[in-house]
Design a protein around this ligand. Sequence first.
Ligand code: G
Ligand code: G
Ligand code: MN
Ligand code: NA
Length: 253
Amino acid sequence: MWLDTHLRKALAEKDQLVLHYQPKVSLYGTVQSVEALLRWNSPERGLIQPQSFIPYAEESGLITPIGKWVIETATRQATEWQKKGLNLRVAVNLSGRQLNNGSFITTLSDAMKKAGMKGCLLDFELTESCLVEDEGAAVTMINQLHKLGAQVHLDDFGTGYSSLSQLARIPLDCIKLDQSFVRGINDNPVSQALVRAIVAVAKTLQLTVVAEGVETAEEEKLIDEIGVDSKQGFLYARPMPATELEHWLEEKM
Ligand code: G
Ligand code: G
Ligand code: MN
Ligand code: NA
């Protein structure tokens, strides 16, 4: 199978996998955090998006070494940025399979030691399905991440099966409102009402809220008025390589 053979090769060669970074922009226009998004630069097939290989990586177990590579790379990058005086946290996406793997916390703390990172500069984005599968295991993992200094964000919120009551039981730091709420929100009273309700619940639970997929100034205006803490989307920047992000930040600041 092409994918299996070549994905293993990509991992072994280390130069085919790359992380791109997409900024999260606060209400005040500052950037304190970026999301790391994996890309595969295949010599045969060009730039491959994660939807085309992450599902297979999960199925085959390759997500464990790939996830390790992502954590090590993001840790090195965040440490390098800190040395340059850039105060950026890096959010890494996790799939359920990684969360249930006992070696995950060791991988993170080893990567931190190796990079010389003291307080953790990484945060983690989990999907609702991670929490539904085994809530108890997720809570244990979240507590361990907090001890290391990492925050935990609930990704694509509102698309999965988790409930609002679960938000009260699970010690999350942030919810990321799925793009589907933001898309066309100006003309959609139902989306507006849902976002207002979710933001109200989040505030009560002391969770911060990130709106994903902000593409237009009108969406931004309404989202700001509702009161989310930060925004991410093509209106600000697409995911980009580390050096490009540095230039983007220089121009912006
Ligand atoms: O990069 P893009 O915007 O196309 O991301 C698509 C999906 O791939 C997102 O749902 C994202 O969570 C997932 N993804 C991106 N990078 C990683 C990664 O490093 N690990 C895991 N598990 N998922 C990732
Ligand atoms: O599921 P997750 O949120 O981790 O994945 C983020 C995905 O959303 C990435 O594939 C990223 O490229 C994409 N993305 C980020 N901002 C926007 C946006 O404004 N519009 C659209 N359509 N996609 C976006
Ligand atoms: Mn994400
Ligand atoms: Na998302």
